[in-house]
Design a protein around this ligand. Structure first.
Ligand SMILES: [Fe+2]
Length: 329
């Protein structure tokens, strides 16, 4: 199996020097710090799930992301890598090419200057250029859709898998075009076929993690705002959660997938279904940089994967205070 991630540092010819001095940053607070170094050194490892940064040119988003990266780099024991969960920028789907490239440039600049860990990117709906068709952007544009994010984030493919210290990590792209909407949560047939084949080829004893932007399963959708009083039915757009989520969950359960991480909803939940744990991992940007959302602070996930297939997950509030006037604690 090949690693489809391009080394963007080599790709861009950038230096790692700037991030190194930040490793002595503030100590990790919260539950994540309780994970023992003994666990991390017994064959397992730690990574950071950093989702929904939503870099924009207001509300100090660049400063907030820098603070999140510095906190992620200061976690002890040190993580092996960062996996983003999508929506690195906000919002290329509805913006011009120049503005969209500028946003990715801000993200990359902050990442270059404040992160020293390897980074694996997941693509989110807001990272997809031009699907809303605004400013005259059409599918004929040379950077249309996911091409810009692939170029700017250094991704050969938007879905891929890699092995790390006895675990297999799947990064999925479950943001797909929809006939009547800008996007829908689903896996295209080619990706589903690849996923099934790769899971089947994986040694059964190898535990796995799946990362996708849109949750495969989530309880947050059972909200009154989605309830139709006439039909007494929840009307849940599949832009919120992935279509065929239960079917995909059953597939994952067959192949020793232990954990499925997502972003997108900027909320936190944790579901166990057929032995697979599904965690929606909050958001670096909280309520789109306007403060916490439904009590969920701006944060990221600290994930410890053990050599025996067990894992620990803790959500880390990295201490950002919103610069929005209407922000609430
Ligand atoms: Fe988001």
């Amino acid at each position: 199996m090949t690693d489809h991630r391009i080394d963007r540092r080599k790709f861009l010819g950038t230096s790692l020097g700037a991030g190194a001095a930040l490793l002595a940053g503030p100590a990790l607070i919260g539950q994540a710090s309780s994970a023992s170094s003994a666990e991390a050194s017994s064959g397992g490892f730690r990574f950071i799930h950093l989702t929904d940064a939503h870099v924009q040119k207001k509300l100090g988003a660049d400063r907030g992301l820098a603070k999140a990266f510095e906190a992620a780099n200061s976690v002890s024991p040190k993580p092996d890598f960062i996996a983003t969960g999508g929506d690195q920028v906000f919002d290329t789907m509805k913006q011009t090419e120049d503005y969209s490239r500028e946003l990715f440039g801000v993200f990359n600049g902050v990442e270059r200057d404040h992160n020293d860990l390897p980074i694996y990117h997941t693509i989110g709906n807001h990272d997809i250029f031009g699907w809303a068709g605004m400013y005259g952007t059409t599918p004929e544009h040379p950077s249309y859709g996911k091409l810009m994010a692939r170029e700017m984030l250094g991704l050969e493919r938007t879905y891929y898998a890699f092995d790390h210290k006895g675990w297999r990590i799947y990064v999925l792209d479950n943001v797909q075009p929809g006939p009547n909407r800008f996007y829908q949560g689903d896996l295209d047939p080619a990706q589903r076929e690849w996923l099934e084949a790769d899971l089947a080829a994986k040694p059964a004893s190898t535990p796995a993690v799946v990362i996708s932007h849109i949750p495969i399963l989530s309880v947050t959708i059972y909200s009154e705002r989605f309830f139709n009083e006439e039909s007494l039915t929840y009307e849940i757009a599949n832009g919120l959660v992935m279509r065929r989520g239960v079917e995909v969950a059953r597939l994952l359960a067959q192949y020793n997938v232990k954990l499925a991480l997502s972003g997108h909803l900027h909320q936190r939940d944790r579901i166990e279904y057929q032995g697979v744990t599904f965690i929606c991992g909050g958001a670096v940007s909280g309520n789109w940089w306007k403060g916490p959302l439904y009590g969920v602070q701006e944060g990221f996930g600290v994930v410890d994967l053990k050599s025996d297939g067990a894992f620990d997950y803790a959500y880390h509030d990295y201490g950002w205070e919103s610069e929005a006037a209407e922000a609430q604690g």
